[in-house]
Design a protein around this ligand. Structure first.
Ligand SMILES: CC(C)(COP(=O)(O)OP(=O)(O)OC[C@H]1O[C@@H](n2cnc3c(N)ncnc32)[C@H](O)[C@@H]1OP(=O)(O)O)[C@@H](O)C(=O)NCCC(=O)NCCS
Length: 179
């Protein structure tokens, strides 16, 4: 649906679930992704959740599979929309570790930001990232995100307390980052 320079962002389909389940059970991916503490996930549960959503019909929401070289490499989404303030939160996980640090994250982020600002007419996109996730923070900065706030020692991550860093990008900053 959305074409970046290296990635295609498209709907998640049932055939993706096996691969996504592998990503969700990869401890390194889970620890980097932040959010809830790592827990195992069965394919059956993932399928049941997917099937429930399909039964509801309608549109998928701003949730995308990330495809590169014809393969599924991860997932990204815009969520928690505030339609009055015209802002939302962004999440991204490249689950295939062989694609880390090769520009696929930045390309995905730029594609998703173009979607957020140009097609959805949003005004601000923000995210939360663990303060020890240097790779993610660098990728976000490269795409124009700036640090907006920091909850100190807020997250227990892999045996240590780390800061939770809030980063955001405003519409005018997105415009500047594209020139
Ligand atoms: C975070 C993530 C989306 C970034 O995507 P990516 O394709 O790996 O990153 P990119 O190659 O586009 O950019 C990475 C940046 O970090 C730098 N980098 C690469 N490897 C690094 C490392 N091991 N440590 C620190 N920085 C690193 C790169 O030089 C680049 O910085 P630059 O733009 O200033 O040159 C991806 O690694 C990922 O999904 N990781 C697992 C889950 C996760 O962390 N999700 C984010 C949760 S908030």
């Amino acid at each position: 649906m959305l074409n970046g320079q290296k990635v295609v962002l498209r709907a998640v389909v049932r055939n993706d679930l096996e691969r996504l389940c592998q990503f969700n059970n990869d401890l390194a991916v889970e620890l980097a992704s932040g959010g809830d503490a790592p827990m195992p996930q069965s394919l059956e549960r993932l399928q049941a959740e997917f099937d429930d959503k399909v039964r509801q019909g309608g549109r998928d929401g701003a949730e995308f599979a990330i495809e590169a070289d014809g393969e599924l490499i991860g997932q990204c989404a815009l969520f928690a929309f505030d339609h009055v303030a015209r802002c939302c939160e962004l999440g991204i996980t490249i689950g295939d570790k062989s694609y880390w640090g090769r520009g696929y994250g930045r390309d995905t982020l730029r594609t998703l930001l173009d979607y957020a600002f140009h097609l959805l007419n949003l005004r601000r996109v923000f995210l939360a990232v663990n303060g020890n996730n240097d790779r993610a923070i660098r990728a976000y900065r490269s795409c124009g995100f700036v640090e907006e706030g920091r909850l100190r020692a807020h997250v227990w991550n892999n045996g240590a307390y780390v800061d939770l860093v809030y980063m955001g990008i405003l519409r005018e900053e997105w415009k500047r980052s594209r020139t």
